[in-house]
Ligand binder design. Structure first.
Ligand SMILES: C[S@@+](CC[C@H](N)C(=O)[O-])C[C@H]1O[C@@H](n2cnc3c(N)ncnc32)[C@H](O)[C@@H]1O
Length: 376
């Protein structure tokens, strides 16, 4: 494919478009290290990447790709229809992570479990999971910059469809929050206003910040859907290390799912990184872990030594999505750019690994039947 035929990845890949966002507070706020002017600007650009994630999700929902009654409450007012490539990419990304999470929650369903979403932004997964697994004893945690959690909290407060789900007891209507609140805690849902880099402390004298209601005894699934990719590799590694060695220590089962781009060195990948560089955004872990094999090694280096796997999203679309569902998706919109879609899907991956102390552990059982990519 000639480079002129490569789609404009600036709009394709969900990294935000610059321009005004949804009235978010600016700056990292509390919960993080203090950053210089350049870094603060970069943080703002990273925070705004969630605007596109929200609008891509809504477009996919409105066109029938995804069933998500909550997306409309968390996206901006304007609802431009997105091109078919974006809708397909969003569908595969969401479906892949959903599948792994549903398998986790469906294994020993009576067992209490915990999920941690790094850089959750406007993700609606918690609300969808409560509908799909109404009896799950689930403690859910979302972490993001205060600028983004404040916006999410405002949406929660405004919409009963959201705030009726964040507590085992019906919460006050609307939620009783102090003005300017950026965090929310309940026995089932927790929104933590935190700069993830503040978790990356290497000194025992300065432990990572408390994360209220994070239960060190529950099997814990952590996922990062386009979040750790914005951190320096050593910081991303230290963040995960904080979970494995401080917050959720062995032998509690713990796993990590990553959704990130790969293959930065071909024409498509170079265009992706250069488009983002123009917007003050870099993807440091993409350069450090450019292939599926690097992603698997990365998970092992973090301490997910029982199993580490990775598959690109083209494989996931082909192998994880049922034929009947593929036909349903194909009927939703005309797609002229099949080769562009395949190339786009080859440039993203899901990598997942776990520590659960042997074949009988919850993650080994949950994910044993997941179709693997060769060498994956
Ligand atoms: C592309 S958005 C993805 C949002 C969501 N995970 C999804 O896929 O819909 C990236 C998110 O990661 C968050 N993020 C990136 N770096 C972060 C950090 N250092 N601390 C907290 N959140 C961070 C951003 O604020 C943003 O909400």
């Amino acid at each position: 494919m000639a480079s002129s035929e490569i789609p404009n990845l600036r709009t394709l890949l969900g990294h935000g478009r610059g321009g005004p966002s949804r009235g978010r507070g600016r700056g990292s706020g509390h919960g993080g290290a203090s950053h210089g002017g350049g870094e603060a600007l970069n943080d703002q650009a990273v925070q705004k990447t969630d605007d596109d994630a929200a609008s891509f999700r809504l477009s996919s929902v409105e066109l029938g790709y995804l069933d998500d009654p909550y997306a409309k409450y968390l996206a901006a007012q304007s609802r431009p229809r997105r091109p078919p490539l974006i809708n397909r990419g969003t569908y595969v990304r969401t479906t892949a992570i959903d599948l792994l999470i549903h398998k986790f929650l469906s294994t020993s369903p009576e067992q209490p479990k915990q999920i941690v979403s790094l850089g959750a932004g406007t993700d609606t997964r918690y609300f969808r999971l409560r509908d799909a697994h109404p009896n799950a004893q689930l403690v859910y945690h979302e972490l993001d910059f205060p600028a983004n959690t404040m916006t999410k909290l405002a949406a929660l407060q405004k919409h009963p469809q959201l705030h009726s789900k964040v507590s085992p007891q019906p919460p006050p209507n609307p939620l009783s929050l102090t003005p300017g609140a950026t965090s929310f805690h309940s026995p089932t849902y927790n929104l933590h206003a935190v700069d993830l880099r503040s978790l990356a402390t290497t000194s025992k004298a300065t432990p990572p910040p408390p994360l209220p209601n994070l239960d060190p005894s529950l099997p814990t699934l952590i996922f990062s859907e386009m979040c750790l990719v914005y951190l320096q590799p050593s910081i991303a590694s230290a963040v995960i290390s904080a979970f494995l060695t401080t917050y959720i220590t062995a032998p509690t089962p713990i796993s990590l799912i990553l959704y990130e781009p790969i293959l930065p060195h071909d024409a498509f990948g170079r265009m992706m990184t250069s488009n983002l560089a123009h917007r003050n955004i870099s993807l440091p872990t993409l350069m450090e872990y450019p292939t599926l094999s690097d992603q698997r090694k990365r998970l092992r280096s973090y301490g997910f030594c029982d199993v580490s796997r990775a598959a690109d999203t083209e494989f996931i679309w082909r192998e994880w999505v049922a034929e009947e569902e593929k036909e349903r998706i194909a009927a939703l919109e005309m797609l002229d750019e099949q080769e562009e879609l395949n190339m786009l899907l080859r440039h993203y991956c899901v990598a997942w690994g776990w520590r659960d102390g042997g074949a009988e552990g919850v993650f080994s059982r949950a994910w044993e039947g997941v179709v693997e990519m060769d060498g994956g």
